[in-house]
Design a protein around this ligand. Sequence first.
Ligand code: TYM
Length: 328
Amino acid sequence: MKTIFSGIKPSGDLTLGNYIGAISNFVQLQNENKCLFCVVDLHAITVPQEKLELRKRTKDIAALYLACGIDPNKATIFIQSEVSAHNQLAWILECNTYVGELNRMTQYKDKVLKEGTSALTSGIYTYPVLMAADILLYDSSLVPVGEDQLQHVEIARDIAVRFNNKYGETFVIPEHYVPKIGARIMDLQNPTIKMSKSSSAKGCILLLDDPKIIRKKIMSAITDSESSIKYDIKNKPGISNLLSIFSIISNISIKDLESQFVNSNYGEFKKALADELVDFITSIQKRFVEIRNSQQLDDILDQGAITANNIGSRKIKKVYKKVGLLRK
Ligand code: TYM
């Protein structure tokens, strides 16, 4: 049994990309592993947040974890800021991470290119170290993420190896778990960029979108000038992206979907996908409404915080001792 940790930032509404790249794998992995799934609110405040919105979104994500099928009897679900060991470990790791390593992080470099540095917080710069702390605190050996987070898991490994060499065996070296299909769901209007909260509104499906809007977004997705429904990322990125989405939510392989739609045109294919996706997301939304304002959600998060605090405080004590902190 492996220990698995992953998290999602409450910095915007959850997207279909978050579901396919991350949550759908959390649901699979919870059956045979010891899993901790976190809402990483400390990561969200690396950029400005409106406080009531942040509090709302944090609970929305926890409720969506449950609505998407994460079972609190199998996995620990909790909020990052309720476990202070994340911050405590992040500081120790920051003191063991080089500025040069952080300078190489592509997400940070892209942000600097787009926005310059004057409005960037130091939190956004040290963000990968807090993420390393999240992972290493629980001795996680597997980290399910979408492709955009690979470099962050890689630096967590580097930090862990360096720490172990310097202070003696302390952390498990984590590996990433990236799905074969859906590691990078693309924007429906521009299939060369990742679907994200900050990509085009029409190109990004939100898990809490109105079903009519979901249908509209799928029907107006950009495809190509051919008419064959074939998976070919290089030449047919739009259709390939729609096939990946279809495959994950229907559990039908891409090969089988290609055969099923061999005689269909793009309109028919999109309509079938829209029907499937609307059904799928509507059932998540129904469960979300039941859970979101229930006492059960708070109880699950309280219990999750207790479990995570127990593990985290034991680990931080060990780490402090290794470094030479604590009198006894
Ligand atoms: P975040 O909140 O941006 O995204 C959460 C997860 O969703 C995946 N994802 C996607 N996968 C496929 N296609 C897409 N279009 C797409 N968009 C998002 C992301 O890869 C991610 O797995 N730094 C992390 C959160 C974090 C974390 C951690 C993750 C903090 N600590 C520890 C794992 C372990 C982030 O910002 O993810």
